[in-house]
Design a protein around this ligand. Structure first.
Ligand SMILES: Nc1ncnc2c1ncn2[C@@H]1O[C@H](COP(=O)(O)OP(=O)(O)OP(=O)(O)O)[C@@H](O)[C@H]1O
Ligand SMILES: [Mg+2]
Length: 383
C-alpha cells in the first residue's frame, strides 16, 4: 500500500509562528489544552470576503490622553532616578527597579491603544462547508487515520461516531490544525473550508483555528476570570478586539447564542469558575462564538454533563446551526440522532488505522445501515 505524502507539520507550524500574522498567537497548544491555550483555538475570525474583525487602525482608539502608540518592539529605555546618597542601598535599588517596571509596563499592550473597534455583532454570514480529502494522520510512525474523506455540509450538524481509539478526536483536531501541535504528529491530505485548503502553505496557521472554533469535552473557562471577561478573552488572544462601547453588546450576543444569557445576565462580573458544569460548557461555547467562527467543532461536549445540561447544549446547537456549521463527536447514539442530520461511523479494526465505514443521512444510518458493522455499533453490540 502506498503511503500518502506527509506534511512536515511541526516545521510548517514553526514557520507559521515566526510570521508576523501570528505574532499574537499563543506559543503552544496541545491535545488536551490548558484553558489559555484552548482559548486561542476556540475562536473564530473573518475570511477574506467578510467584514474584518479589526476595522480601524489602533490610533483611532488611542485618541485621548494616552499619547501616540509606542511600537512594542522599540527598545525600552527607562529614565532611572539618581541614587539618594543618604538612603539605604535597598531603597535605591527598589526605586530604580520600579522605574524600569513602570517603563516596561507603559510599553505593554494597553487597552486604549490596542482596542481597535470591530463589527462583530452581526452574526449573519455565509454558511461554510468543510471537506476533508484523503486525510491520514500519524503519531510518530503510528498511522491512526488512513485516507479519510468526509464532506460536512454547510449549515448542518455532522456527527462523528465510533468506538474509542478509532481516531475521531484526531480527525476533529485536523479540521482546525490542532493535530500538528502534538510534537510527534504529522498528517497528509487536504481540509477545504469553502473550497480553500486550510493547510495551504501561504495560509497562516491561525486563520484556520480562528475560522473553525473548538469546544472540548471538559469545560475549560478561566475559572478566576469573570463571566464577562471569559467571553471576550478569545478575542484578545487572537489579536482581535472590540470597541469598548460594543463590548457589552458582543458579550450579550455571544451569551444569548450560547443559551446562557438569562442565567448569568445579573452576575456577569462573577467568576466563570462559579458556574455549574453545564453553564461552564455554554460559557466556553459563548467564548468561541465571540469571534464568529464559521464552523464549530465539538468533541464530546456533553460527556461530563447531566441530562438537563445536555439537553440545553443540544438545543443550543440546534439554534446555532442556522449560522454555524457544526461537527460533533459523540458516544451517545441518542444524541447523534437528536442533533445531527449527517453521520459518519469511524472504525479502527484489528490494529488497523481508523477509517470511515459508512457515512450519510443520520436517520437512514440508524434505521437502515448499509454495513453490518454500522448496524452492530448503532445497536450497541460493540464499542
Ligand atoms: N498524543 C498522542 N500520541 C500518540 N498517540 C495518540 C495521541 N493521541 C491519540 N493517539 C492515538 O491515536 C489513536 C486515535 O486516538 P483518538 O483520540 O483520535 O481516538 P478517539 O476515537 O477520539 O477515541 P475516544 O472515543 O476514546 O476519545 C489512538 O490509537 C490513540 O492511542
Ligand atoms: Mg476522542
Amino acid at each position: 500500500m502506498t503511503q500518502p505524502e506527509r506534511h512536515d507539520a511541526v516545521a510548517e507550524w514553526a514557520d507559521d509562528l515566526a510570521g508576523p500574522a501570528d505574532a499574537m498567537s499563543p506559543p503552544t497548544v496541545d491535545a488536551e489544552p490548558e484553558p489559555a491555550r484552548a482559548d486561542a483555538d476556540a475562536v473564530g475570525a473573518p475570511t477574506p470576503d467578510e467584514t474584518p474583525t479589526t476595522l480601524l487602525p489602533a490610533s483611532a482608539d488611542a485618541a485621548g490622553d494616552e499619547g501616540p502608540p509606542v511600537p512594542h518592539d522599540a527598545p525600552v529605555t527607562a529614565v532611572l532616578p539618581a541614587p539618594d546618597a543618604g538612603a539605604p542601598f535597598w531603597r535605591n535599588a527598589v526605586t530604580r527597579s520600579l522605574a524600569v517596571v513602570g517603563t516596561v509596563r507603559d510599553r505593554m499592550p494597553h487597552p486604549a491603544r490596542d482596542s481597535t473597534p470591530t463589527e462583530v455583532i452581526d452574526t449573519r454570514r455565509d454558511l461554510a462547508a468543510l471537506e476533508a480529502r484523503d486525510i491520514s494522520a500519524w503519531f510518530g510512525d503510528h498511522l491512526v487515520l488512513d485516507r479519510v474523506s468526509l464532506t460536512m455540509p454547510a449549515g448542518a450538524v455532522t456527527a462523528l461516531i465510533g468506538p474509542s481509539g478509532c481516531g475521531k478526536s484526531t480527525f476533529l483536531r485536523i479540521l482546525n490544525r490542532m493535530h500538528e501541535l502534538v510534537p510527534s504528529a504529522s498528517l497528509a491530505g487536504e481540509v477545504l473550508l469553502d473550497g480553500e485548503d486550510i493547510y495551504r502553505a501561504d495560509r497562516p496557521l491561525t486563520d484556520a483555528r480562528k475560522s473553525i472554533g473548538m469546544v472540548f469535552q471538559k469545560p475549560n473557562p478561566f475559572p478566576a476570570m469573570s463571566i464577562y471577561d471569559n467571553v471576550v478573552a478569545g478575542l484578545r488572544l487572537t489579536g482581535a478586539s472590540v470597541a469598548r462601547d460594543r463590548k457589552d453588546e458582543l458579550v450579550e450576543t455571544s451569551l444569548r447564542r450560547a443559551g446562557l444569557w438569562n442565567e448569568v445576565k445579573d452576575r456577569l462580573r462573577a467568576p466563570g469558575g462559579g458556574l455549574s458544569g453545564g453553564q461552564q460548557q455554554r460559557l466556553c461555547i459563548a467564548r468561541s462564538l465571540a469571534v464568529m467562527p464559521r464552523v464549530l467543532l465539538m468533541d464530546e461536549p456533553c460527556s461530563a454533563l447531566d441530562p438537563t445540561s445536555t439537553r440545553v447544549i443540544e438545543e443550543t446547537m440546534l439554534e446555532l446551526v442556522s449560522d454555524v456549521t457544526i461537527v460533533i463527536v459523540t458516544h451517545n447514539m441518542q444524541q447523534a440522532q437528536r442533533v445531527s442530520t449527517q453521520c459518519a461511523f469511524f472504525l479502527a479494526s484489528q490494529g488497523k488505522p481508523g477509517a470511515i465505514v459508512e457515512y450519510g443521512d443520520t436517520d437512514a444510518m440508524f434505521s437502515e445501515p448499509i454495513d453490518a458493522r454500522t448496524f452492530d455499533y448503532v445497536n450497541g453490540r460493540f464499542g
